[in-house]
Design a protein around this ligand. Sequence first.
Ligand code: FAD
Length: 396
Amino acid sequence: SRTRVVVIGAGPAGLTVANILRAASVDCVVLETESREFIEQRPRAGFLEEWVVRALQRRGLADRLLRNTEMHGEFEFRFAGERHRFPYGEMTGNRHFVYPQPLLVTDLVRRYADELGGEIRFGVRDVELHAIDTDRPEVSYTDPDTGERRSIVCEAVAGCDGARGVTRASMPPEHAAVARHDYGVGWLALLAEAPPSNDCVVFGVHSRGFAAHMARSPQVTRYYLECPPGDDPENWPHDRVWSELRTRLSADGARPLAEGPLIEKRVLDMHNYVVEPMSYGRLYLAGDAAHLAAPIAAKGMNLALHDALLLGDALVAHCFKADDSGLRGYSAACLRQVWQYQEFSQWLAEVMHGASSGDPFRAASATARLRRIFESPAAAAAFAELYIGKDIDGGG
Ligand code: FAD
């Protein structure tokens, strides 16, 4: 069969690209390995930066989000038994919107498939890309119902299949350099069936390791605990998790943590990568397929959406105006934002992990960084701007 654009992956990036195309009446097909039920429940991120929300809103993709979100403009560092609040919302005029990723994915699927009649083929297997360096690229896959191989000829492929997808590997290695950074630590990512224990994000800097608290909903809270990379989640039974969270997040005057059953428990090996350039021939990567940002500064989903907005618009311009300037500039425009966020994540990671590194030089330098943002208004302003983020190219 034929279509104009094949979007591979129905995560936040792929679904946003698909929505933009569909709203402009550009034919496209989304291919997704998982089922609809699965992607609508997969827990992950939860913090959207204000400029991203406004961009989604302008496209009619944020109606339910805006009705059901909570806004945060402060976070709290806890270290040396003290609480230090940082009012970045007041300083920048911008806030985070707390909205769990599965809800955003659900909204985007509904809008694209149910309301606009867009096509998503769920449960596909063995997706392969062919002839991406020609103007008739082709995507083949195995149909889950019949077991037959099918293929779609198109004009462009949006590779939005996340960190474990196949599109990145379809780029010839001599045309795609991968820059990597490994933090050398693991984070135990936890979801607790318990209400948040604070009115904002908490970062706990502690010699036993970093810990964090983030709201997800009135019933569910995300926690992180630094652990050795590759650690087995089974080493973290309920009691150990809560005792370690209480120790690492303790501070004078802090509310006790509301405990609850742990409904997700997985170890993330904290690393980042960036693929450069993000396109080859008629294949354009977006989101985690092109770059991973460990969840240090909650940047991943925001970056994925930044790419998707640019790619969606560039593809529409290609299809309707035969204007390829957006597609030609796509990779460079994304990468400017990606590297700002990568550098910020690395800076913040050292603040979070220095104290537990066992290296007194790193520990003392990390404390100096932390004190600077609470003591110097100029340092605080620069930090706040990067923490809440902005659309560098769009200026918003
Ligand atoms: P994905 O969401 O990974 O979507 C890719 C899709 O492609 C998936 O549906 C997948 O099933 C599908 N797929 C994979 N392979 C194929 C294939 N071969 N063919 C077809 N389809 C395929 N970010 C934040 O901004 N804030 C946070 O607080 C935050 N916390 C996080 C916590 C955790 C524990 C994790 C793991 C991530 C977190 N992130 C956070 C990162 C964020 O979840 C990702 O950056 C975001 O999901 C990227 O979106 P995406 O659309 O690029 O990729």
